[in-house]
Write a protein that binds this ligand. Sequence first.
Ligand code: PHE
Ligand code: ZN
Length: 890
Amino acid sequence: MTQTVKYLKDYTAPTHLVPKTDLLFEINEQYTDVWATLHIEPQNGATELVLQGDVKLISIKKNDETLPETAYSLNPNDETLVLPNMPTEPFTLTIHTQVEPQKNKSFNGLYESEGNLYTQCEPEGFRKITFHPDRPDVMGEFTTEIRANADKFPVLLSNGNKIRSGSLNDGRHFAVWHDPFVKPTYLFALVAGDLALTSDFFITQSGRRVVIEFYTRQADAHQVAFAIESLKNSMKWDETRFGLEYDLDIYMVVAVGDFNMGAMENKGLNIFNTKYVLADSQTATDADFEGVEAVIAHEYFHNWTGNRVTCRDWFQLSLKEGLTVFRDQEFSGDRASRAVRRIENVKLLRTHQFAEDASPMAHPVRPASYVEMNNFYTMTVYEKGAEVVRMYHTFLGEEGFQRGMKLYFERHDGQAVTCDDFRAAMADANGFDFEQFALWYSQAGTPTLQISGSLKKNGGNLDYVLRVKQILPDTPDMPASQKQAMMMPLAIALFNENGEKGAFKLPNDDNSYNETILIVNQAEQEFVLREVQQSVTPSLLRGFSAPVHLQFDYTNEQLALLLAHDDDEFARWEAGQTLLRRAIFANETALQQGNDLPQNPLLIQALRNILNDNNLDAAFKAMLLQVPAEAELWGERDHINPVQTTMAREALLDEIAHALHGELLATALNARESENADKRGKEIAFYEYNPKDAGLRALQYACFPLIHRFDEAATIEQVFEHYDEMARKNMTHEWGVLSSINSNASAKRDELLARFAAKFDHQALVMDKYFSLIACSRRADTLVQAQAALNHPRFALDNPNKVRALIGTFARNVPHFHALDGSGYAFVAQHIKKIDAFNPQVAAGLARAFNLLKRIEPQRQALMRAELEAIVALPSLSKDVREIVEKILA
Ligand code: PHE
Ligand code: ZN
């Protein structure tokens, strides 16, 4: 079966505009009738009108006159409705369609969840509601009337302002909403149901009062306070840092437990996965609180970067997503712990986006083609896209970047534009040449910078010469030979043997610097740093100034020096990570060759110094103790033996746990003492989220798994005895303790998990945590337990959060997913097939677990391939899963 591929190069402007759309939703028991009146403006004398729709059509009227069926043709294959003989003058079409939200488990279009109705329209869900030119460059004003039973659906919401409401016959009522801002169909939203309202307000910088409304289930209303505070902080921040003020008089957020993604930025009516709204200290970890804050901010920031200025077509998705992720990262960094936030973002990028870039799914930040757009909400579009925006910022500085943003809004407010328009605004506002920089949008794959440095005599002085070579990889869409050298900022400093930052001069410049940003823009080039000291250890790619692999032949001693002294936290952390990676690789080699495992005295001493350093921020110390995960270690390697990587990694963890047991214990106890210090005599409820305590807790639970590893029997006893006491403090402690002992083989671990599940039986989001603990355990019986969990009364295959918690987590559990008997692959594949029948988007997400196929050793590769071939053989397979699996197999 061949699939229709859409190409960026085929873009053509819309033949018809729709400046106004009037919608009427008549919500009934079994189905919902929708009448859509499109005010259509033909362009350039076009007569053939093509609308998108994947929904039951009842009738069409043109200017109030019903069209005979011969006047149009329906093409379910490409989801179009073609009307060949339409007027060239403006006209209206009124289209009557019918949908069954109760039967919709794809959570796209109009769907039901726990008796309430919600919509999801990005990217192409509007066509599941009615027929429309469902593309982002057709923008218009929407008026929406909703009619429904007043008891079942007391709350009726849509975008913009409520302009009318009242009661109808038969216990029904109605509300009419009008959104004064033009928008594409993908930003449309409707919510109808029985929901609790929590309200607040925000006064904008110009003094306008904005009403804030959060809608949840009644039982969840007490968990929205933190999200509301986060929204107000976001609104304030966008005013002060970007000069951007909110534009409507009301901002609504609705939380729903059935949602495919994190959240959706519908104009004035965000719809959120409950996971990113609900949080209190008894049910959410510190990381969950940080997730809520970031996603609330992200969706709010979309109001300007996404909604006021939107994308011309879906290839430009990163225009709004890369930019908005950059903005939410900056917001989080300004809130607290900037350096730690930056490292977390880099870790996420390198673990998942670098893997994507090295996989058959590799695509540029602006993809050149797609089959199913839902498959392109990727790490590359979001996270690498944010790094691309960050590079503009690094080149231009904060002021220059803001000049670019200002020009971008001056030029494009109310428009649907491209990544090139954004680049042009950045260039024109600053007189900066970003011509070559465009390659970041068209060339996939992670570049590698190979750097070497040498000292050279120059008269009585010393020069340090850096040679930089950039290597671009082959990707499925383009061989390396066709790729051109990219332009990127390389931030550097030089350290001497005492760990002090040394001064240097640049060519033709007599100022002294101790750090600078070099502009890399050729395949090979040399940079000369003048008048340097005798001993040089370069600190490279500071702040992770470009999304690349870095290769530099550091000695272990140089890495230890940077780890001890570098004042750029990313570079400092990275020096430690490089030492850890080297140690794991050495273990892998020893395992392969059947040799004794090497010892790492220098690394151990460096870690000891960190543990003993009382000046280090706790959250940063916790980051320094993180040993890279398997997926981070694989980079671009072939013939991966996943379980061997796990063994090599575990061996290093054992070495650290034994060599530093005393220090780990002392560090954890100290952190606990500091956390408790200001809470003596206070209520347990005092263990609330705040960045400082979160850092202290992160440090405790960076140490605790290693403490458990040192003496499992004693630790599990202790945990078993003190569990309730720890758990009573907050969820971070409860989760931290359970995660630390989750791979313990004793029955006590099972009993603790069972107690956890019983305690939170009615908290859906905590039950997700229970399922993910089951699925990420490295115990021998994990698959058996995961299979049993499928039958747990709180598990539901049609709930995306549950699927991701159990099956998604299992697919990232290296030794179990990659079990040599193929049982892990079979388990995941079986569920991809099941879930695909009703939710292709979630199934396609799971299918990505097989991305590693071609890079894995032959025995497992054959097992994986068999599963994938069985999947593509399914005649009714969705195009979502088909696109992913065919690319992996190709
Ligand atoms: N646009 C959403 C965001 O990034 C993500 C999303 C995409 C949600 C598609 C639902 C469907 O904020
Ligand atoms: Zn987004």
